[in-house]
Structures are given as C-alpha cells and as structure tokens.
Design a protein around this ligand. Structure first.
Ligand code: BEZ
Ligand code: FE
Length: 293
C-alpha cells in the first residue's frame, strides 16, 4: 500500500494512525487496554480543546506524582484513590461476588506495610501507651454460603485515635495498630485495639494541590483495614467504617460504601466492640501490591 501523508488537521486520521501503530502490541490484553486509553485520551483532548500549556501542566503533574513516590509514600495510589478510580476498579471486579453475598471490597490505600507482625488471636495490636478508648474486634471468615474458612490469613491496620498511622507518627511504636492473624477452625479471629479516628489523606504532594484546586475536603471516615487470603479463595481487601463519623457518607476516596458502615457498640466498660464478617468468593487472586516496606 502506498503510504498516505498524515493530514494533521484531521483528528480522526491521526487517531487511526496511532491505533494502527498499536496493532503490533504482542500481549492481547495490553493491546486492548492501550487502544482504549488512546481513544479516550484523544476524545478527552478534543472535548476540552486541550491547549499546549494545559497538556504541559498535566504532564508536569504526573512527573510530580512520580517524584513524590518512594519507599515512604505512594502518591500514585493516592491519585487513583482521590479520583475514585481505585474504588471503581475494585467494586466492578467484585460485583458478582457481592451479588452472591460476598463482602464488598474497599481500596487498599497507601498505608499497608509488608511484614506486619503475626499475632495470636485475642492479642492487643495497640501498645499499652496508645491513648483512646479500647476497641475489641471479633471477626469470622466464611465462604459465600457461610461455611467457616479455617487457616485464613487476616491482615489488619488502622490509624490511631489521633488519626495517624504508626509510620506517620513518631509517638507510636513500630508496627503499632497493625497485625496478622490466622483464623481458627471455626473461621474466627480477634484482637484488642483502640477506636480509630478519621484522618486527612496526605496533602503535602501534588494530590493535595489537586484537592485544594477542586475545593474538596481531605477527610476519610474512621476505619479499620483488612486483607484476607485463604487457599482456594480470591483475596479480599476491605475496610469497615465508623457509621457515626461525620464523613461516613463523604469519604474523600469514595471507599465508604454503605454495606461497610458499622456501629462501634459500647462494651459497658467505657470501650467499644466491633464484629466483622468477611465472606470470600472461591477462586484465586494474588495479594495486592504492598505499598510500604
Ligand atoms: C487509607 O485508608 O489508608 C487511605 C486510602 C486512600 C488514601 C489515603 C489513605
Ligand atoms: Fe486507612
């Protein structure tokens, strides 16, 4: 075929040329994803009549996200979270399991740490000097029909009553308010903690500037994170939220879906109780990428 010069004033011809250039992508899934990304990016630029300085500003923003990412902080995860993309992808991927009664997922976020300490069921995850009311957590891991899953690995992490994760707070011991548990023969696990507080997402990087430009608040409602993994089941990453938090219906990262709101019940001794049921779908998926060492 005789090559035809590209007509630069014809956006359709340009898009077709870029899509043709993608045709050689060997990995079929990558080819599909790239083609859709190219189509949507071109449509986006046309819709807003994107100007060269605006394109440059957008690229500079992405560079700043990369520069703000390192072993202590993952700004890229934060970006996907504040745009609702992480929540969309997770809820979409789990919709069949949720329709069948599975626990709704919630984003992992940037604060999960590798090597969280293995603890015995019933152990404290809060060091004795952590202030705040006690929270006794019990949980049960089952399949979608309610049959217990023994030997499941349950990871949990949470912010303190001051709204800080231990790695953000020099006043807390290493790995405070974090733990890894194994379910017993009846699928149960449990631990003693303190009632978490809501907190602002990190705003010291470009995502903070974006939230400010949008005139948005920065708060997450108080919550506890869980990641559950068991042989023969898909990994579940989720969170349970304090239904009484002022931001329970207004999470800056859109993770607090209704089915995950819980009342922390008074235990009659000044503390609170929380029970969580974690229902897993059969199958196999890998643990998500762990953002922090
Ligand atoms: C978190 O829940 O740890 C989190 C999620 C998204 C952004 C920041 C923090
Ligand atoms: Fe969190």
């Amino acid at each position: 075929m005789t090559p035809v010069p590209l007509n630069p004033s014809d956006p359709k011809a340009l898009l077709e040329a870029v899509l043709r250039a993608n045709e050689g992508t060997a990995d079929p899934r990558l080819k599909t994803v790239l083609a859709a990304a190219i189509r949507h990016l071109h449509a986006f630029a046309l819709e807003v009549e994107l100007q060269p300085d605006e394109l440059q500003a957008g690229l500079d923003f992405l560079v700043a996200v990369g520069k703000a990412t390192g072993p202590r902080k993952h700004e890229g995860i934060l970006l996907a979270d504040i745009l609702g993309l992480a929540t969309l992808v997770q809820l979409r991927g789990a919709r069949h399991a949720v329709e069948a009664g599975g626990t709704e997922p919630a984003l992992v976020g940037p604060f999960w740490r590798a090597g969280q300490p293995e603890r015995a069921n019933g152990a404290r995850i809060a060091s004795e000097d952590t202030p705040g009311p006690r929270l006794t957590v019990t949980g049960r891991v089952t399949d979608l029909a309610g049959a217990p899953i023994a030997g499941a690995r349950v990871e949990t992490w949470q912010a303190s009553p001051k709204g800080l994760y231990e790695n953000q707070d020099p006043a807390q011991a290493d790995m405070n308010l974090r733990g890894r548990f194994t379910t017993d023969g009846d699928g149960r696990f449990g631990f003693v903690s303190v009632r978490p507080a809501g907190y602002p997402v990190p705003t010291d990087g470009p995502c903070g500037a974006l939230l400010a430009a949008q005139g948005r608040h920065t708060m997450r409602p108080a919550h506890l994170h869980f990641i559950v993994a068991a042989e023969g089941f898909k990994v579940l990453a989720t969170q349970f939220f304090d239904a009484e938090d002022p931001h329970a219906f207004d999470d800056v990262v859109f993770g607090a879906v209704g089915s995950l709101l819980r009342r922390f019940e008074p235990d009659g001794e000044g503390g609170f109780r929380l029970h969580v049921d974690l229902k897993l779908e059969r199958g196999a998926t890998r643990l998500p990428h762990c953002p922090l060492p």
